[in-house]
Write a protein that binds this ligand. Structure first.
Ligand code: C5P
Length: 219
């Protein structure tokens, strides 16, 4: 599809979890399914954008009609994002692991060798903050997500300022909402000039509405 308001636009979407290796057979991960990021990539492509979809190991398959770049770790995701630039808009829907195991073992750790393993952690690069704070070649629109369990609005507003992105899509992923891994989402879109509370709706509908807003913002 090459028609639509985003025709001729390059848009980057990150999605899914990252896997951070402990050794060649073990990793640290999180519960992200990749459903919301996948829906956003599809919605942007439906509006005619050229979508570069950088995805960690997600539960759901990537959409048709986008350029798929598969990664495992946060560091690989950062490299893929940098390779994809420049873009008109960048949407960071991935649940990137905050920490990786420092000096992951290059062969399988053995149970019978010297008691319990002791894992040391290192901080992963913050991909969203990195792109949002670029001084040269920054995308026109940089959108982050904030999955929070408490004080969603206050935390997400602070996160928007800290990361330097244009918009934050905030959602409540506390226990009982059924949002993480579920089909619906309940979001607040926080921009520089105010916030919009969207009604709870399917992730596909959230994606379509966000894609429309992105098309408007890019003009
Ligand atoms: O800081 P926190 O992980 O809550 O921020 C969430 C937002 O930042 C999401 O948009 C996520 O994709 C992005 N992020 C990132 N790289 C990280 C951590 C988060 O791009 N290392």
């Amino acid at each position: 599809l090459t028609d639509g308001p985003l025709r001729g636009r390059r848009v980057l979407v990150t999605s899914g979890p990252t896997h951070e290796p402990i050794d060649p057979v073990r990793y640290i991960a999180n519960r992200s399914s990749g459903a919301q990021g996948t829906a956003i990539a599809r919605a942007l492509a439906d509006l005619g954008a050229h979508v570069i979809f950088v995805t960690g190991p997600a539960d759901v398959p990537p959409p048709e009609g986008v350029e798929v770049i598969r990664v495992e770790t946060a560091q690989q995701m950062l490299d893929a994002v940098q390779d994809a630039l420049p873009v008109d808009a960048a949407i960071f829907a991935a649940a990137v692991a905050d920490w990786r195991v420092k000096d992951a073992a290059s062969s399988k750790m053995k149970k019978d060798k010297g008691g319990l393993p002791r894992l040391e952690f290192a901080e992963n690069p913050d991909i969203l903050a990195h792109v949002a704070q670029m001084t040269e070649g920054r995308p026109t629109l940089v959108v982050g997500f904030a999955a929070e369990t408490d004080d969603v609005f206050a935390n997400a507003t602070a996160k928007r300022a800290r990361k330097g992105c244009d918009w934050i899509v905030a959602n409540d992923v506390s226990d009982g909402t059924g949002i993480m891994g579920g089909a619906e989402n309940d979001v607040t879109l926080i921009a520089g000039d105010g916030a919009e509370d969207w009604p709870r709706m399917g992730k596909t509908q959230v994606a379509a509405r966000l894609a429309e807003r992105i098309a408007q913002a890019l003009g």
